[in-house]
Design a protein around this ligand. Structure first.
Ligand code: BG6
Length: 268
């Protein structure tokens, strides 16, 4: 089992693991959880939790082929910097990861990575990278959010119509037409995204607003890939859709010495 922080205030509850600064539960008071969490996820040291909001950093997917898939932050142990009750409805938690011998052996840069989570009637996640090195470095990253849906056939994503995307399954560059529905495996990286994204489900609509990001990854493994996924039941693809607030592919960020970049997602 890994350690985590539990937040409970007048408007919502959340759970955040120190490993990976991984938010694995968020629900508004009296409402069902917004985040999907696999019932069979390992809560083991060194293994990413399946569900919630994995932090993919300093590389998204295999954007940097020298690093593990989705980077190393999601299995690294963050330090707890602070938990503050800003008011009866709002709690702020800050976790920090700094370079170490282990990270330097994988990725030769000094850095500080801060995840600030604000739990209120909205879930706000701010991932700030600071370059503490004397060389510029390049990052790609994502807040790889697993949203819980009543059934995948009820899920529809609005706000990406007419956006260009890379289909990661075929490597084709295409343009979205209309809303996204799920009838097969979907693994796409949308670019040039500035506006709000809506995930509409049978009985609720989730709003996603990203800042410091113009790429969004939409992923559902569907039937065959779900069978091959670790820590996921075969039928679990029916229960979630990933909409990932990202800086991926062409939306990479170059961070100069002493420079910072913040990727922010506001979800409600
Ligand atoms: C998504 C990728 O971001 O993450 C998918 O687009 C991948 O291709 C998925 O399968 C899950 O990755 P992992 O490493 O958590 O199994």
């Amino acid at each position: 089992m890994i350690d985590f922080i539990e937040v409970n205030n007048n408007s919502a509850s959340a759970k955040i693991a120190f490993q990976g600064a991984h938010i694995f539960h968020y629900a508004r008071k009296g409402e069902k959880p917004l985040l999907w969490l696999s019932e069979i996820s390992d809560f083991e040291k060194g293994k990413a939790i399946r569900g919630g909001v994995p932090v993919c950093w300093p590389s998204f997917g295999m954007n940097n082929p020298d690093l593990p898939q989705h980077g190393f932050a999601r299995t690294a142990l963050f330090e707890h910097q602070s938990t503050k009750e800003l008011d009866a409805n709002t709690t702020e938690v800050i976790l920090i990861l700094k370079h170490s011998q282990e990270t330097l052996s994988l990725w030769p840069y000094k850095f500080e990575l801060e995840l600030k989570v604000t739990v209120s009637d909205k879930l706000t996640i701010e991932l700030t990278t600071t370059n503490l090195d004397d060389k510029t470095f390049k990052i790609t990253q994502a807040l790889h959010t697993y949203f819980s849906v009543s059934h995948i056939s009820d899920a529809k994503i609005k706000g990406l119509d007419k956006k260009p995307y890379l289909d990661a399954l075929t490597n084709e560059k295409l343009v979205q037409s209309e809303d996204i529905i799920f009838e097969k495996e979907v693994d796409r990286v949308y670019q040039e995204v500035e506006a709000e994204i809506l995930l509409s489900d049978k009985d609720r609509t989730i709003h996603i607003n990203n800042e410091g990001s113009s790429s969004v990854v939409v992923w559902n493994p569907w039937i065959e890939k779900a069978k091959r996924m670790s820590a996921m039941r075969d039928e679990a693809y029916n229960d979630f859709v990933c909409i990932e607030s990202a800086n991926a592919y062409e939306d990479f960020k170059l961070i100069d010495p002493r420079g910072t970049h913040t990727l922010k997602a506001t979800i409600y």
